[in-house]
Design a protein around this ligand. Structure first.
Ligand code: CAA
Length: 284
């Protein structure tokens, strides 16, 4: 399989723009796709801001910043991804949305190209089966914020071939990330462990064991977590947290994964965390 040079990223939200940022810094050409030109514009501004922060912290040079930005083009049409060697999907954690994207992508993407999903929980085998190339499909799950976190999980579907796995591993390594290989089980490794902890923190709030500040302080100061679990839930997005808990609950059929009713209620209210300005904290 030819080396990966041009990477397409579907979705310009926090995961998509983070992957575009780090891939461009690592020397890959990047095409960032989203449905709206406005979202792309704001994603490019975010990437520029995060690169500037790295220049200020002296973790990258001004030249690296300039060259990385020059390597990213944006497109509000999937046709813009036609010539990519690898396309990474970072759309919302809803299987039907991802399936529709893969259907439309396969119609334009060259047949040799690899398709990856950054899904945080959904079966790679099932997503692969909705494409015309299950053997060239793989899970590459980055962590948020992508420029900071050292890990990516690699998940093979049942049909993923060795060449695809090797190319994905080489790409992730070139991005400077460590790899944890996970079997294709609901929510893989990180979220299988992290999300039940966050869900339990929400139950702790729901049952009145402690208030938001006490729960977060307890885990930050008592367990040395960089963020409290409720702050982290807001950071990940409460809709994403709920989707992952639902995948765990349905996929493993165990009541210990039942999403906390308070999490459900917040999502129903449109309180999705930082991105909607309101979650367990008020960001307005
Ligand atoms: N781009 C570039 N650099 C960034 C950045 C970004 N988007 N965000 C933060 N940074 C850098 C800062 O510049 C700073 O750099 P220095 O160490 O050189 O000073 C460093 O990261 C720390 O940032 P801050 O000083 O602003 O703030 P902080 O110390 O509170 O750290 C944090 C912020 C790195 C996000 C930290 O709070 C943290 O590690 N939180 C936990 C994050 C986590 O658990 N992520 C996984 C979520 S789960 C997931 O992603 C999987 C899923 O599918 C849901």
């Amino acid at each position: 399989m030819a080396a990966i040079k041009t990477v397409g990223v579907i979705g310009s939200g926090q995961m998509g723009n983070g992957i575009a940022h780090v891939a461009a810094l690592a020397g890959f050409n990047v095409v960032l796709y989203d449905v709206s030109a406005d979202r792309l514009k704001s994603a490019m501004a975010t990437i520029n801001g995060n690169l500037t922060r790295q220049v200020t912290k002296k973790t990258i040079t001004e030249d690296a910043h300039k060259h990385a930005l020059a390597r990213i083009t944006s497109s509000d049409s999937l046709d813009g991804l036609a010539a990519c060697d690898l396309v990474i999907e970072t759309a919302v954690e809803k299987e039907e949305v991802k399936r529709k994207i893969f259907h439309d992508l396969c119609a334009v993407l060259r047949p040799e190209a690899i398709i990856a999903s950054n899904t945080s929980s959904i079966s790679i085998t099932r997503l692969a089966a909705s494409t015309d190339r299950p053997e060239k499909f793989i899970g590459i799950h980055f962590m948020n914020p992508v420029p900071v976190m050292e890990l990516a999980e690699l998940i093979r579907g049942i049909a993923t071939d060795d060449a695809t796995f090797d190319a994905a591993r080489a790409f992730v390594t070139a991005m400077g990330k460590q790899i944890a290989v996970s079997e294709d089980f609901p929510a893989f490794i990180v979220n299988r462990i992290l999300l039940p902890m966050i869900n339990e923190a929400i139950y702790t709030l729901y049952e009145g064991v402690g208030n938001v500040e006490a729960i977060d302080a307890a885990m930050k100061l008592g367990a040395h977590h960089p963020m409290g679990p409720l702050e982290l839930a807001d950071f990940i997005g409460l809709d994403t947290c709920l989707s992952i808990m639902q995948v765990l609950h349905e996929g493993l059929a165990d009541s210990k994964y039942r999403p906390c009713p308070l999490l459900v209620k917040y999502v129903e209210a449109g309180w999705l965390g930082r991105k909607s300005q309101r979650g367990f904290y008020d960001y307005r």
